[in-house]
Every structure is written in structure tokens, then in C-alpha cells.
Design a protein around this ligand. Sequence first.
Ligand SMILES: NC(=O)c1ccc[n+]([C@@H]2O[C@H](COP(=O)([O-])OP(=O)(O)OC[C@H]3O[C@@H](n4cnc5c(N)ncnc54)[C@H](OP(=O)(O)O)[C@@H]3O)[C@@H](O)[C@H]2O)c1
Length: 343
Amino acid sequence: MRSGRILVVGGHGAVGATVTSTLGAWYPERVLPAGRSRGVRVDVTDPAAFGRVLDGLADLAAVVLCVEPPDPGVARLCLARGLHLVDVGATRRLLDGTAALHDLATATGATAVLSVGVAPGLTNLLAARAHRELGGAADRIDTTVLLGSGERHGEDAVRWTVEGLARSAGGARSARVELPGFGTRTAHPFPFSDQYTLRAGLGVPDATTRLCLDSAALTAALFAVRGAARHPRVRDLLVRVFRRVHVGGDGFALRVDALRGARRTTYTLTGRQQSRVTGLVAAHVTRAALAGTLPAGVHHIERLPALAGIPEALAADGVAVHGPDRDPADGAHPGRPDGGCPR
Ligand SMILES: NC(=O)c1ccc[n+]([C@@H]2O[C@H](COP(=O)([O-])OP(=O)(O)OC[C@H]3O[C@@H](n4cnc5c(N)ncnc54)[C@H](OP(=O)(O)O)[C@@H]3O)[C@@H](O)[C@H]2O)c1
């Protein structure tokens, strides 16, 4: 196993705190939480200073990014130094920019893993499974993400969500979807990065990811103000409101349907506290990178067979995976969800 220390940028945030504590238990005294105000002082908006911090830390092996930088400059600095990179970011533009650094990572022997977390992350892994179940020939993937509005989501994640409201998620329609433990919900197209990167990564022509909250009323309110969210001041207001309003629980649910003509394969997953589970996924990915089981280069999580078992590895943390459920049912898989067909 490669030794060395691990810098967790945003290591005291909602996601980063779990990364810090989990890796800290696995690698005592090798984990360095970082941020602007606590731990190792770094600012991802200042690449020159970030590079100096990297150069000043002896025996650094990996960087876990638990906050989104404005551009892939921070990723470039890490990979140029041969440092492994685990990125929980969910913005397509940034992920595409980091993916373009594949040759650099290959040259330095570093591994970068993108699409790490719940969505993207676990959604990518379930989508790849469902796609494989259809012989690697799915022509559509529909993903639904239900988040608990009672969870204290981190500010960075709430801002990302509010900014996503203002962006178009393409021409897909809202859908009524059956979700384990939550009944049938209306979910709305939302610009999660997985639907874009999966199209290219799996070669699926059509992919849509939809979002709803456990509170149907809050879901309706959120999407009703979608147009107004184009204004920066409204977005600031919404971030403040959504950080204060905690009307639901902290459970989340995922559902991935892969379709090939009339055939459908479905996987579902449930858990509690998406920030914590995102941090746990990042910790597992970091452990695999440090163990040397991942190839050099920049990869989305679903492209790395060594990471395919992460959903099951989270069972002790309360994550439950169900599937594959097939439609038309072949008799071998009872427990098929009743209905729940997006569109
Ligand atoms: N893939 C997924 O499923 C998934 C799920 C949830 C969240 N996320 C992503 O994870 C990231 C973190 O979310 P979160 O909920 O943990 O947010 P958060 O609680 O606001 O945490 C962000 C952390 O980053 C630090 N930070 C903020 N700006 C920084 C900067 N310019 N330079 C260095 N550090 C900075 C903050 O500490 P200081 O104030 O001390 O700097 C804080 O500790 C977001 O980008 C979000 O989109 C992904």
C-alpha cells in the first residue's frame, strides 16, 4: 500500500467531516483536513497559493476535494504532482475540464476519480449495473434522486442545488416515480452531472436525472420558483431559506431504470444523510486509490471495476440496495416495484 498523507479540502464541511473522520480511523495521523478557516489553510479560488500549500506538505499522496473550485486548475496542480485526486463535485463543466487532464494523470501515474458521492456517484454505479443487465445496450437511463429536506445539507451543496434550478436540464419532462419507502412522487429534471457523463461513458443515447424532496410541498415550492432563480439575489435568498427550513426527514432514495425497447431493469437504493454517505463513498474511493488498485488517469467512478461493490460496502452504514428488478418480469425476480415508470 502506498503510504503518505491525505489532504481533505473542505474537510470540516458536511461531506468533508465524514471523509476526515472515516479516513482518520483507517489511516491514523495521515489525514489533514483543510479549508479557508480551519485546519491546513487553503483556498481553491487561489490556485497559485494552493500549489504552494501542496509543495509545502511533505509525504502527500492524495487530495480529496470536498468543495467545488471555480475551474479545473486545482485538479491540474494535484495531478501534475502525481497526487491521487478524489472529487465529489457535481458540476458537468468542471468534471469535463478535469476529465480532459487524463493524459497528464497517466504521465504522472496519478489516479483521479470523478462522480464520487450519492448523485453523482451511487447513481452512476447503479446505472452501470442496470445497463449491463440489458447486455450493455440500454437506450435510455432514467434516474430519480429523492433527498431528505430535514437533513442539514452543507451550504456549498445547497448553493449548488439552487444554482441547478436556474439551469436547464434539457427537454425532459417531470415524471411520477415510485420510490422505496416514499410512495409515488413527482420528480423534476435537474442538471445532475451523471446524466451527461453516463451518456458518453456508457454509450447510452438518452439519460435523464430527476430530483424531488421527501416533502412534496417543498418540492413543488422549489420548482415553482425555478424561473426566479435565474436572478442572483433570489438565489442568495433561496440558499438562506433552504438552509433554515427543515421540514422533512434525513432519508434519501435513488432509483435507476435502464430501458431497452420494452425491457426495463431497475435498481433502488436507500440511506440516511446524503452528505455523510457522499463522504463515505469518497473515503472508500480514496482507500482504493491509495491501495494501488486503480489505474492511472482520470476516470468516472462507474468505469472502475474495483469500485463497483461500494454500494454493498455501505450496508453497515445503513445503505440498502435492491435489484435488479426486471420488466417484463421473468419470474425469477419477485418484488418488482408496482408501476413507477418515468414518463
Ligand atoms: N456527489 C454528491 O453526491 C455530492 C453530495 C453532496 C455534496 N456534494 C458536493 O460536495 C461539496 C461540499 O458540500 P458540503 O455540503 O460539504 O458543503 P459545506 O458544508 O458548505 O462544506 C464546504 C467546505 O469547504 C470549505 N470551503 C468553502 N469554500 C472554500 C474555498 N474557496 N477553498 C477551500 N475550502 C473552502 C468550507 O470551509 P471554510 O469555510 O473554512 O473554507 C467547508 O468546510 C459541494 O461541492 C457539493 O456540490 C456532492
